[in-house]
Design a protein around this ligand. Structure first.
Ligand code: ADP
Ligand code: MG
Length: 397
């Protein structure tokens, strides 16, 4: 793979560089609630601009339906990027149309502009190769080289991630390079004990990675919404908690596999339950006594201690997925406890997952308390799963 350093060594002054960044930030109206991804995109963009490149940023935000939708405009991200760079970032009102062309034509050396949400064009995520390639050709026509720096999307075979890399000289950006370096440390010769903490909402998203992790980890701690499918598979009643019935057989298989391999699989022993989602009135019950009409929204105090004790002697930790509905303060305690255990730990600690990373920052934990906070959830899971990432392999060929 050719790197950003290679590109800078070649010289970029006056060249138009298309940078695929990941600016998919959470918004409240038009206010960014967590700017982590914008901040992570700055070093590559700044290095290019400082070297005199004409930088054209392309990115997506949310899930618009393949057509322009003001709700998903990149305007807040362009404004924030401008603040962080200390110079205005003009935003085209379209992706590859007249506005994009004129904004790019007006670029001067060292300037940075942004194209409007790439998912306003249905071809970006099309399953039809020719459609994606057509959009990629239009994007490529705006630039001279391509830098792939949106780690959160490298597992997607999309026009601005995959196809465009075939149409321009393509380089891996500094952020993607750094993320890959960290993830390789979790797969190559890692220091043991290796403990993985998984949580979040859906087991089905994470089944592939669990199967793979069972061959690698010493301990697997499971909290969050996915814990209930595991508890049910062990024969417990889980009331009205999140449950994926259709995954029960697979999860029973995981429990058996963990036992066979000597992997310590740790589940919550107590949970905070409530009558209705979002209701803050709650009680703490043991996981073998969840009432039929209640749902679990966080791991309980004993589980927090248990998880922290299992993390205490770890040398390597990967954490994906909150332990509870951390967006509601009442149910943020489990997530906070795991995050604090990681901050205290001497281990190599990696946090992956959009919500997990946002939780760390929302709870006010020091970002430098972790070895690495990844900008990509799905991408890091697919890497650990051993899957090929199209946005990376296209840069290798
Ligand atoms: P990440 O983005 O870090 O990979 P996910 O997207 O898988 O994490 O899951 C995050 C979501 O899981 C959060 O919005 C959180 O509220 C939710 N969640 C965690 N625990 C529960 C639970 N017990 N019941 C329902 N939702 C939960
Ligand atoms: Mg998420």
């Amino acid at each position: 793979m050719k790197t950003l350093s290679d590109l800078l060594a070649e010289g970029v002054a006056g060249r138009r560089v298309l940078v695929r960044a990941d600016l998919n930030v959470p918004l409240d109206g038009d206010k960014i609630t967590d700017d982590g991804r914008v901040r992570a995109s700055v070093p590559t963009i700044k290095a290019l601009a400082d070297a005199g490149a004409r930088v054209i940023v392309t990115a997506h935000l949310g899930r618009p339906k393949g057509e322009p939708d003001p709700e998903f405009s990149l305007a807040p991200a362009a404004a924030r990027l401008g603040e962080l760079l200390g110079s205005e970032v003009a935003l085209a009102s379209d992706l590859v149309g007249d506005s994009a062309k004129s904004v790019v034509a007006a670029l001067t050396d060292g300037g940075v502009v942004m194209l409007e949400n790439v998912r306003f064009d249905a071809r970006e995520t099309s399953k039809v190769d020719a459609e994606r390639e057509a959009l990629a050709a239009e994007l490529a026509a705006l630039a001279d080289v391509f830098v792939s720096d949106g780690f959160g999307v490298v597992h997607r075979k999309q026009a601005s991630v995959y196809d465009v890399a075939k149409k321009l000289p393509a380089y891996v950006g500094g952020l993607v390079d750094a993320e890959l370096g960290v993830l390789r440390k979790l797969t190559d010769d890692l220091e043991r004990p290796y403990v993985v903490v998984l949580g979040g909402a859906k087991v089905s998203d994470k089944l592939g990675v669990i199967a793979n992790l069972l061959t690698k980890v010493d301990k697997l701690l499971i909290g969050g919404g996915m814990a209930y499918t595991f508890l049910k598979a062990q024969g417990h009643e889980v009331g009205t908690s999140l449950l994926q019935e259709d995954q029960l057989d697979q999860v029973r298989g995981f429990l058996a596999e963990a036992e066979k391999r000597g992997v310590e699989l740790v589940l919550p022993v107590d949970v905070l339950v409530t009558a209705e989602f979002g209701n803050t009135e709650h009680s703490v019950v043991a996981t073998d006594a969840i009432p039929a009409d209640k749902m679990g929204l966080d791991i309980g105090p004993e589980s927090r201690e248990l998880f922290a004790s299992k993390l205490a002697d770890a040398r390597t930790v990967f954490w994906n997925g909150p332990m509870g509905v951390f967006e509601i303060e009442t149910y943020a305690g489990g997530t906070r406890a795991v995050a604090e255990a990681l901050v205290k730990s001497e281990a190599f600690t990696v946090v992956g997952g959009g919500d997990s990373a946002a939780a760390v920052r929302a709870l006010g934990l020091p970002e430098d308390g972790f070895s690495h906070i990844s900008t990509g959830g799905g991408a890091s899971l697919e890497f650990l799963e051993g899957k090929e990432l199209p946005g990376i392999s296209v840069l290798e060929s």
